[in-house]
Write a protein that binds this ligand. Structure first.
Ligand code: ADP
Ligand code: MG
Length: 557
């Protein structure tokens, strides 16, 4: 009775759902494992693609971890962290997005039995952090620099890096072709940080091999008026005028009102308008420009006027294209036609309008400041070209990283096996529970070669045993052995040019460990009743159910 009289303490709003303790932690781990299971099969050159269609009915086929994670629309609060690390890996280094998710999920999976046995999460976190630091030091120590090589040699090496990235993609069959293209494009923009200087234009139709690189800017012919066909379509070293104004005859707006006392004055009003536009056009012509581009409309009057004077014009050019022309050709975009001096005009070696498949393209090549390149992609289905674009993006990022950091590590799971071995060795020097945790971390790293095998249909246990044996060799000569994706055995990844920039691995290990530690450190989730939604519940339940079942089923050793 006495206890009933005690005042009740209400801390949270009615309907708030809190779950806490070990059960909550395990449920979070299960959700993350389930996410890992989704992307697992896409890893590596023999990985499978995912077809995702959203509620709007648009279909995406992708192999890219970040793209898949973004499209999955994950609602589980803990699993969302994995989406974030995939995104950050994508924006930070551009590749290794599947790797990072897989590693994080595997770290958590390895932690699960310890948590179940009552180990405090903080102990695990501390050991994981130590292991991460050691692993990264090891990657740095093993990385090989490609600095100090001649340009030609360097280009060849960079193309190898790009080819490794592309080998896992839909366009992997043509990886050499695209790798050289990507390297040329990246070399063209030099040290500029703006990625949008490399344009990728998609033209459906044709063959992949019909894709080509323009050492300058290319964009689709814009909407044009009568008179356009009379304009010349090719110039050598033309002056290029870039505008951000409308060259159109403005008819007065509906609500404009002009009062005239004398009908003869009407003509003067009409004339005034014509004079304004003719004045603008004259100034453009006087500037000496042979190519006039504008972000806004260029009307039929102006088109005809330019045609009569052998000038090419294009209106409604997309802003990014116009900026790229400005960067490449060296002009500046003008907002007025008054006082156009030579300095604001750009130029290029060749300007021409060319037919590409069913589209016409305006192509500016041989630009003086050169710092731009455009890849025109051809191919069958829309989804195909889009996936090709995403793949090229990965490759471009990798080459840029390699240019900047210029250290590489052997791929195909070789570096992962080597760190794993190193950590196992290290763990033996530690007394106490931490030994077990670091050992688990080391085991988790093996997920990369194991998954590469699984996805290619090889016997993972067999290959991994061979790899362990190679990497355990005292002489260290087996350090760069990884999965040989062609034969199902093992091969020296370094000799086979399966290379990855060191920064991709470093970032992936770092981000995956951070995410795993973050999830391990959560022991309570509080759901505010307001933020609760039917969809969230359904998906949450699914995540838990699936993760729980699979998590146990998938454990291998
Ligand atoms: P991510 O999104 O993580 O980059 P990928 O599907 O691109 O995932 O797969 C990358 C993995 O595939 C890396 O571990 C890389 O070393 C490996 N890999 C790429 N090409 C080959 C190859 N030819 N042989 C063996 N492994 C390869
Ligand atoms: Mg990749």
């Amino acid at each position: 009775m006495a206890s009933m009289m005690q005042p009740q303490i209400i801390l949270l709003k009615e309907g708030t759902d809190t779950s806490q303790g070990k059960a909550q932690l395990l449920s979070n781990i299960n959700a993350c494992t389930a996410v890992g299971d989704v992307v697992r099969t896409t890893l590596g050159p023999r990985g499978m693609d995912k077809l995702i269609h959203d509620h709007k009915g648009s279909v995406t086929i992708s192999h890219d971890g970040a793209t898949i994670m973004k499209l999955l629309d994950i609602v589980h609060p803990a699993a969302k962290i994995l989406v974030d690390i995939a995104k950050s890996q994508d924006s930070e280094v551009g590749d290794g997005t599947t790797t990072v998710v897989l590693l994080a999920a595997e770290f958590l999976k390895e932690a699960k039995p310890f948590i179940e046995d009552g180990v405090h999460a903080q102990n695990l976190i501390r050991s994981y952090r130590t292991a991460c630091t050691l692993a990264i030091e090891k990657v740095k120590a093993l990385a090989v620099s490609i600095e100090g090589k001649s340009v030609e040699e360097k280009k060849g090496l960079l193309a190898k890096c790009a080819a490794t990235t592309l080998s896992s993609k839909l366009i992997g069959g043509e990886k050499e072709f695209f790798a050289t293209m990507v390297v040329d494009a990246v070399m063209a923009i030099g040290n500029d940080d703006r990625l949008n200087l490399i344009g990728i234009k998609k033209v459906p139709g044709g063959n992949m091999r019909d894709s080509f690189l323009v050492d300058g800017v290319a964009f689709k012919k814009t909407f044009s008026y009568a008179g356009f066909e009379q304009q010349p379509k090719k110039f050598l070293s033309p002056k290029i005028l870039l505008l951000n104004i409308e060259l159109e005859l403005k008819s007065e707006k509906e609500n404009a009102e002009i009062r005239l006392s004398d009908p003869s004055q009407y003509q003067s009003i009409v004339d005034a308008e014509w004079n304004i536009i003719y004045d603008k056009l004259d100034k453009c012509v006087e500037s000496g420009a042979k190519v006039v581009l504008s972000r806004l409309a260029i009307g039929d009057l102006a088109t005809q006027y330019f045609a009569d004077r052998d000038i090419f014009c294009a209106g409604r050019v997309a802003e990014e294209d116009l900026n790229r022309v400005a960067a490449a050709a060296g002009g500046t975009v003008q907002t007025s036609v008054n006082n156009i001096i030579d300095e604001v005009l750009g130029t290029c070696e060749i300007f021409e309008e060319k037919q590409v498949g069913g589209e016409r393209f305006n192509i500016f090549s041989g630009c003086p400041s050169g710092r731009t390149a455009t890849i025109v992609l051809r191919g069958g289905a829309d989804q195909f070209i889009e996936e090709a674009e995403r793949s090229l993006h990965d490759a471009i990022m990798i080459v840029r990283r390699a240019v900047k950091n210029s250290t590489v590590v052997p791929g195909g799971g070789a570096i992962d096996m080597e760190i794993s071995k190193y950590l196992r060795q290290h763990s033996r020097t530690i007394a106490g529970k931490s030994q077990l945790f670091i050992n688990s971390y080391a085991k988790a790293l093996e997920v990369i070669p194991r998954q590469l095998c699984d996805n290619a249909g090889f016997d993972a246990t067999d290959v991994l045993n061979k790899l362990r044996q190679k990497h355990a060799m005292q002489s260290g000569e087996g350090a760069s052995y990884g999965v040989d994706i062609n034969t199902g055995g093992i091969a020296d990844s370094f000799a086979n040019f399966v290379w990855e920039p060191a920064v991709v691995k470093i970032n992936a290990i770092n981000a995956a460990t951070e995410a795993a530690c973050l999830i391990l450190s959560v022991d309570e989730t509080v759901k505010n009743p307001k933020s609760e939604s039917a969809q969230g519940d359904a998906a949450g339940a699914m995540g838990r159910g699936r993760g729980g079942g699979r998590g146990r089923g998938m454990r291998r050793r």
